[in-house]
Design a protein around this ligand. Structure first.
Ligand code: HEC
Length: 133
């Protein structure tokens, strides 16, 4: 999360302790780093997904329109792996963050061979997915 320097008290404007602290904080809260992603940046991150996905069309991976709030493996017109089909949860920000971090850990036996290592990129792309209604 970025703060406008103009909104901060003068002491915080020095690029010292405040910057280091916010970095440490960002690391400390990384399990929930998806909160506060930027959908506009996420649209750029989504370039990494379009090799296999599209918002509105099933491709190698299922379409993403409405994915937030959708049951995992829940589209009836996409041939999911048996593993994802019986995953039995609904996609929310936390699940998506886990999925993009390591799909194999969340749903062993799934077929998505892709990971997004950068927590900020995950947060941004999840914020973007939320706009695909
Ligand atoms: C190399 C191809 C590939 C890339 C790149 C890829 N995916 Fe996937 N994705 C898949 C496949 C294949 C599945 C279906 C997996 C299964 O059935 O086990 C999938 C499934 C998913 C699902 C589950 C959807 C549902 O209907 O349950 C989500 C969410 C998802 N991908 C998000 C992403 C995002 C976001 C990105 C980019 C940051 C991405 N994927 C990049 C191939 C890919």
């Amino acid at each position: 999360m970025r703060q406008d320097p103009a909104e901060q008290p003068p002491a915080a404007r020095r690029p010292t302790v405040a910057a280091v602290l916010s970095l440490a904080l960002a690391t400390a809260v990384s399990p929930t780093a998806w909160a506060g992603g930027d959908p506009a940046k996420g649209a750029d991150v989504y370039d990494k997904c379009i090799a296999c996905h599209s918002p509105s069309l099933n491709r190698i991976g299922p379409r993403h329109q409405g994915v937030v709030g959708r049951t995992a493996g829940g589209l009836t017109d996409f041939a999911y792996s048996p593993a994802l089909k019986k995953a039995g949860f609904v996609w929310d920000e936390a699940r998506l963050d886990q999925w993009l971090t390591n799909p194999e850990k969340l749903v062993p036996g799934n077929r998505m061979g892709f990971r997004l290592q950068d927590p900020a990129q995950r947060a941004d792309v999840i914020a973007y997915l939320k706009t695909l209604k």
